[in-house]
Design a binder for this molecule. Sequence first.
Ligand SMILES: C[S@@+](CC[C@H](N)C(=O)[O-])C[C@H]1O[C@@H](n2cnc3c(N)ncnc32)[C@H](O)[C@@H]1O
Length: 263
Amino acid sequence: MDSTTTALVAAVTGAVTTATAYAYYQRDWLKDQWLAFISPVIYNFLTGTTREQRALKYLKEHAREGDPDSVLATFDEFCRTQEWAMNAAEEKGEILDEIVRELQPTTCLELGTYCGYSAVRIARQLSPSARLITVEVNPDYAAVAREVVKLAGLQDKIEVINVDSADVIRELKQTYDVTKLDLVFLDHWKYLYIRDIKIIEEEKLLKKGSVVFADNVIIPGAPGYLEYIRGSKDYKSTFYSVHFEYMDDMRDGVEKSVYVGDE
Ligand SMILES: C[S@@+](CC[C@H](N)C(=O)[O-])C[C@H]1O[C@@H](n2cnc3c(N)ncnc32)[C@H](O)[C@@H]1O
């Protein structure tokens, strides 16, 4: 072998070894990317359906109609055994459950419905006179969410609105007959948390004791949100370190902020 060939073989061997070592050490990350983003695209292409449609089909086949707990457990099962989906999932869901149990909210707003998992989670614990308005900008997701809500038997408690969150917040008082919000769940696109909490404040929708609960403040993170909410004298915030949805090897965080400002 001449010196050029030797150098080439050494470079290729080095590159392959480095790539293999990198893939080995990043195997959890690679597995997560595969589950969350790559495999759905392939399944969608092969089946002509979307992950959300497949989830709905699974729920209709396996969950007990009119039983929110069964719908949630079946959705968790789908995400753990079939395909990953961006639901708040069990661990964050239990924190949300505790907030709803303690707060006993009358009027709740969720930004980011997706397939309705967290909406069902919240609404199943609401008192008969309470309601949840949940906002989803994607019409396909909103359509699936309405079916999931119906399957859980919660259609009288949950209103799924298919509009951009900012537009709904500005219309809450006029169009949706909301005076104040007891609970706000921020779970839409993360860069919008800061925009929308400011609109909620401008619209004077919070009262003393209202809770703003924000998901995914670490992964992927909500730019500017934590700095804003923790730096404001109007909130008392608590951070919870939790696992990222359905990924037991990845840590995320949620932030609960109690409004203590002027009404
Ligand atoms: C993480 S998912 C929500 C998951 C859901 N809360 C659950 O746990 O079941 C985020 C959703 O927010 C929606 N979204 C993003 N930007 C939005 C906006 N400006 N207004 C309403 N929905 C939005 C996305 O389409 C997506 O379905």
